[in-house]
Write a protein that binds this ligand. Structure first.
Ligand SMILES: *[C@@H]1O[C@H](CO)[C@@H](O)[C@H](O)[C@H]1NC(C)=O
Ligand SMILES: *[C@@H]1O[C@H](CO)[C@@H](O)[C@H](O)[C@H]1NC(C)=O
Length: 225
């Protein structure tokens, strides 16, 4: 080939690469904030080793069915998981800091060692969840919005709920041994049948809270400022 022909061919190839680039970019517009479906997500999960911290930070899963999935160690920081079905999901050691979990269903989920600092789980259902990590890694829900949540029958030994809002929440028959509830808003919270042995309730707001059929007597020293 002559030098002119080679240059001509190179230009055509460059143009085809450019067209392909434009096409691929348009196939996934960056402004697409539509939620990720279970089907799409499962494909990612299957391609990822268990302990890799899958980067789901800031992603939109709103309303998705993620029930029963193995979601251990995933980074869901600031993700939108509102009205998601996370029932019986394994969220052990996942990061849900500042995530939107409002109205989500987490019944029976494994939440051992979870980081939920400042997350918004208003109105979520967390019945029969397990927050207790036998290795001693404590679930951290500091400053979380848990208004109106239902956590009935959850195992929460040593959980950190410092300055969280549990207004109007149902915490019936929960194991809260050694839990940190300092500065927690427990207004109108139903804590009947709970085990609060060695729990720290200093500076918490217990106005209208229900403490019936407690498993261990509540000591005044646990609740004075
Ligand atoms: C996420 O998806 C929901 C449902 O389609 C939508 O209303 C919302 O605006 C989306 N974006 C973010 C940032 O949550
Ligand atoms: C999450 O998505 C819902 C719609 O499903 C929307 O109302 C809400 O504002 C979103 N949350 C955030 C933090 O963007």
């Amino acid at each position: 080939m002559t030098r002119v022909q080679t240059n001509w061919l190179a230009s055509i190839i460059a143009y085809l690469i450019y067209l392909n680039y434009i096409f691929e970019c348009n196939a996934q517009p960056p402004e697409d904030h539509s939620p990720i479906s279970r089907k799409e997500f499962v494909r990612f999960l299957l391609a990822t080793p268990t302990k890799s911290e899958l980067r789901c930070q800031g992603l939109n899963f709103s309303g998705a069915d993620l029930s029963r999935l193995d979601l251990r160690y995933i980074n869901f920081k600031m993700a939108n998981l509102s009205r998601c079905n996370l029932a019986h999901a394994n969220l052990c050691c996942s990061n849900l800091e500042r995530a939107d979990l409002s109205g989500a269903n987490l019944d029976g989920a494994n939440l051992q060692g979870v980081k939920m600092l400042c997350s918004n789980a208003e109105g979520a259902s967390l019945k029969g969840c397990n927050f207790e990590d036998p290795s001693g890694l404590k679930a951290n829900l500091e400053g979380a919005n848990l208004k109106g949540v239902d956590m009935e029958g959850s195992q929460m030994t040593g959980i950190n709920l410092r300055v969280a809002t549990l207004k109007n929440a149902k915490l019936k028959n929960c194991n809260l041994r050694g839990a940190t509830l300092a500065g927690t808003d427990l207004e109108n919270c139903d804590l009947s049948g709970c085990d609060l042995q060695e729990a720290n309730l200093r500076g918490s707001n217990v106005k209208g809270a229900i403490f019936e059929e407690m498993l261990t007597p509540l000591h005044m020293s646990q609740s004075v400022r």
